[in-house]
Design a protein around this ligand. Structure first.
Ligand code: NAD
Length: 324
């Protein structure tokens, strides 16, 4: 078997490459950068900007069985709330090109990584929110340019499936976290940002961390090992419609900070400051995934943070102070 992973230099793509290599498959990683923290296990790693015309790179898809399309210009709330035009332009180009290259090469299967950001913002206005099921995405009112691009590319995948017989899968991730992901620089997501803030507070002897907003906004978080297992199950399932991949252990950002502090063995004050917060509440309905796959992500938040925090603490100790 021969696989392509786009976005193989990023957080989930890097972990996915390591997982796929265990099966003995040949894996080609594609990205505009190498993984930041560890060497990729890909057999070949192509530095390629997927926004460029496919005539220069479509040959990479020849003879490929599965494409795992993870490349995206993305980040946490700080990044996606302020770069709508850049995000939509880059990601529409990346995904149209990748779908077209896969179609021309007649690849066997194609998995697209969408997001919980496709769900309508008006369904996420309370902290105690109803879990979002797959059929709640329409009428469309997604979160930010990032969510609009995701719902557009979901449709593109469905049209490529219907009209070109490309065997597509669509995964809607709900906040994936774990070691070896972005932890500073402005693109980091809440779990990594809070691990960094707690580790920095310990390093500098500070007794407080900053939280954007009142910290009562709610989310669910899925650990990277569960994410990779779930991805493999979806690819193997033959299911072509969008599918949530997340957990339903909903916590506020304040509670997430408490879990990180508990794992780090400290008590810290929370200083609430202005900052982008995204939707007020978000939870993942995982019933369809459970029914189809007979499996659900099982790693609870505290167990996952206990794996993630030491890695970020080590990065903080080794590296220079965060710019923010
Ligand atoms: P990431 O930012 O760590 O990885 C994305 C990778 O895509 C990066 O390495 C980046 O360099 C690469 N990329 C960006 N522009 C490119 C281009 N023009 N050509 C080639 N490569 C390019 O993000 P991630 O967390 O690993 O996310 C992977 C996928 O999952 C993305 O599609 C993302 O939108 C989606 N997703 C992630 C989460 C999450 O919680 N991490 C949630 C919802 C959806």
């Amino acid at each position: 078997m021969k696989f392509i992973v786009t976005g193989a230099g990023g957080f989930i793509g890097h972990h996915l490459v390591s997982h796929l290599k265990k099966s003995g498959a040949e894996v080609i990683g594609i990205d505009i950068k190498h993984p930041e923290f560890e060497q990729s296990k890909a057999d070949r790693f192509e530095i390629q900007d997927l926004r460029e015309p496919i005539t220069t790179w479509k040959h990479l898809f020849e003879g490929v069985d599965d494409v795992w399309a993870l490349a995206a210009d993305m980040g946490g709330m700080g990044f996606i709330s302020q770069n709508h035009a850049q995000i939509m332009t880059s990601n529409v180009m990346i995904n149209i090109h990748t779908l077209e290259a896969a179609k021309l090469a007649k690849v066997k299967r194609y998995l697209y990584t969408s997001s919980a950001c496709v769900y309508p913002t008006h369904l996420q206005s309370k902290t105690n929110v109803k879990p979002l099921a797959e059929d709640m995405a329409y009428p469309a009112d997604p979160q930010d340019g990032y969510g609009w691009e995701k719902i557009y590319t979901e449709k593109m995948c469905q049209y490529y499936h219907a009209e070109y017989a490309l065997d597509t899968r669509i995964v809607r991730f709900h906040n994936i976290y774990g070691p070896a992901g972005t932890w500073r620089g402005g693109r980091e997501k809440a779990p990594a940002a809070l691990c960094r803030k707690v580790a920095e507070a310990i390093e500098t002897g500070t007794d407080a961390i900053e939280i954007w907003g009142d910290g009562e906004q709610t989310r669910t978080f899925c650990y990277i090992d569960d994410c990779v297992t779930g991805l493999q199950k979806i690819m193997d399932s033959g299911y072509n419609e969008p599918l949530n991949l997340g957990r339903d252990e909903m916590v506020s950002i304040n509670e997430l900070a408490d879990v990180v502090a508990e794992v780090a063995g400290v008590k810290l004050k929370k200083v609430h400051v202005d900052g982008p917060q995204g939707v007020r509440g978000r939870n993942s309905d995982n019933a369809l995934f459970q029914r189809l796959m007979g499996w659900s992500p099982a790693i609870d938040l505290k167990t996952g943070i206990a794996q993630t925090y030491p890695w970020i603490q080590q990065q903080v100790r080794m590296g220079s102070k965060s710019p923010t």
